[in-house]
Design a protein around this ligand. Structure first.
Ligand SMILES: *[C@@H]1O[C@H](CO)[C@@H](O)[C@H](O)[C@H]1NC(C)=O
Ligand SMILES: *[C@@H]1O[C@H](CO)[C@@H](O)[C@H](O)[C@H]1NC(C)=O
Ligand SMILES: *[C@@H]1O[C@H](CO)[C@@H](O)[C@H](O)[C@H]1NC(C)=O
Length: 498
């Protein structure tokens, strides 16, 4: 198995090896684990007592927990986990199936990436040959890139040789045949795909117009789940020009030391879609509302921005991110890479973040105009560069949940639980509003509150969450944590069990 794109990490080790240098011989490990266990138990009791006190006495003042460099940057404590993606002994090689699946991927880069990997699994389940998917050229991002512009097509086909037969094009003699056009249902089960296999009786080719979330997150055979990981983390690599530039930019960033990658989803489409107009002036708010109302495929039109924000459903503003990171203890000199397209309002809103962290870095400041030339007119290719820099960062902070944030978080978990800090937006907004009202200052009290609020939101190992309680049917499937956000336990295992 070849290293994944994440081997852009400056050292030469493959992603498979990333966990190894941290391994100790067995006996120190158990001692270490015991110590760690004892320590975390102590911390648990201590912090719970503190939370109790603080929530009753919001202005209770005390020195913030001592901020060691380690807390800010280091995530892994040799968790005793490893990647496990090899098929089981029951797994058979694919046959030379003479039935084909043609696919049109939909959505932005990461929606397409995960959708493509689902289609690999679906082709395997349906015993079909997969034709290289067509990419979405009509989404909000209007990117005309073909598959091979963004991905290493040759590697994709070869890496999955033992799983699924993949071809560049439909054989000539099949092109003119009528195809079965099938919208697969969302979060579909094995049984669903076995049932739709009756289509093969009449057709040699099934065309799938949409690839996103067409496969369930849970209750699939382990070999199918592991195939999804092999596809996403190893087979579906970015094309050489993207990988090369990504690697170069990561090296440039690392030459300054450690860095945070901030997925600052403060972009026009997201603000319009979520109806979040907090902090904007009337002209801006009206413009965003008009954009939402005129965008057909955004179903929700009437949104109360205040309620949306209180519920934690708004992307953090640049200013809020600044307060948040400062409260966590990151020093003002920290390098922050802004992984995003155009920030809404540009410098007028960014300046609130810049005044706290002056080392904000953008693609445009990291790469030369010449280097960026061929990517800047292709949103998905630019997003791929952001993806690489985010996966390779020391700390990843998404300001909002979305396909990119989920994909990066999952990939970082897979590579050894690299630190991802997920802001508790609902909790934070309450604090921000208190600051606004003058009830809370940006001081050590705030810092303690924010640090405690995020103790268990830093990407430490845990099993994937199931659905929200009380959900039934479609909603149950909809509210499950995405497989690609956390491929634990199928593709991340404890060291003893191989
Ligand atoms: C695919 O092939 C396997 C064995 O070759 C068979 O058991 C399975 O039922 C087939 N599935 C479909 C959907 O045709
Ligand atoms: C939005 O919700 C807030 C809080 O529930 C409420 O005070 C406000 O009146 C609502 N605004 C509109 C325009 O309905
Ligand atoms: C609203 O903000 C924009 C820039 O983001 C500015 O150009 C405009 O003048 C502002 N409008 C009002 C009414 O303040």
């Amino acid at each position: 198995m070849r290293p994944s794109m994440a081997s852009t990490r400056a050292s030469s080790s493959s992603s498979f090896d990333l966990l190894r240098p941290r391994l100790l011989s067995p006996s120190p490990i158990s001692l270490y684990v015991l110590l760690l266990l004892a320590f975390s138990t102590a911390v648990f009791f201590f912090s719970h007592r503190q939370i109790g006190q603080v929530s009753h006495q919001p202005f209770f003042s005390e020195a913030p927990p001592k901020l060691l460099d380690e807390h800010l940057w280091d995530s892994s404590h040799g968790y005793g986990l490893h990647q496990c993606i090899k098929p089981t002994h029951r797994y058979e090689a694919p046959r030379d199936w003479n039935r084909y699946l043609t696919v049109r991927s939909n959505g932005g880069l990461n929606q397409m990436r995960t959708g493509i990997c689902d289609m690999v699994a679906v082709a395997r389940i349906m015993n079909a040959t997969l034709v290289i998917p067509e990419l979405d050229k009509r989404s909000f991002w209007q990117d005309s890139s073909a598959f091979s512009d963004i991905f290493d097509e040759k590697h994709f086909i070869k890496a999955l040789q033992g799983d699924v037969r993949i071809v560049r094009q439909l054989p000539k003699e099949l092109e003119s045949l009528p195809r079965a056009r099938k919208h697969f249902t969302s979060w579909a089960s094995m049984r669903y795909y076995e049932e739709v296999s009756h289509l093969w009786k009449e057709h040699k080719v099934i065309h799938v117009p949409k690839s996103d979330s067409r496969l369930a997150n849970n209750d699939l055979p382990i070999d199918i789940q592991r195939l999804r990981c092999r596809a996403l983390y190893h087979a579906l690599q970015f094309s050489a020009p993207i990988q090369d530039l990504g690697k170069k930019l990561v090296e440039r960033l690392k030459s300054h030391g450690r860095y945070i990658a901030l997925h600052l989803r403060y972009e026009k489409d997201m603000l319009s879609f979520t109806g979040c107009t907090y902090g904007l002036n009337d002209t801006e708010a009206e413009m965003l509302t008009a954009l939402r109302e005129s965008t057909k495929h955004w179903k929700l039109k009437k949104i109360n921005s205040t309620e949306q924000r209180m519920g934690g459903s708004c992307p953090l503003t640049p200013k809020e991110v600044g307060i948040f990171l400062q409260a966590l203890g990151y020093p003002p000199s920290t390098y922050i890479y802004i992984a995003a397209g155009e920030i809404f309002g540009g410098e007028s809103y960014l300046s609130d973040l810049r005044s706290r962290f002056s080392n904000l870095v953008f693609k445009e400041s990291l790469a030369t105009a010449e280097e960026l030339k061929k990517f800047s007119s292709h949103a998905s290719q630019a997003a791929a560069i952001d993806y690489i820099i985010s996966v390779e960062s020391d700390v990843f902070v998404p300001s909002y949940t979305g396909n990119m944030a989920r994909a990066v978080e999952g990939h970082r978990r897979y590579l050894g639980h690299r630190k991802t800090i997920n802001p508790d937006r609902k909790g934070l907004v309450e604090l921000f509003d208190k600051i606004e009202k003058g009830e809370l200052k940006e001081d050590s009290t705030l810092s303690s509150l924010v640090i405690r609020m995020h103790k268990s939101r830093q990407g430490a190992p845990r099993k994937r969450y199931g659905s929200l309680p009380g959900m039934k049917g479609r909603n149950r499937l909809r509210t499950e944590e995405s497989f690609y956000e956390n491929p634990f336990p199928e593709c991340i295992c404890h060291n003893q069990k191989h």
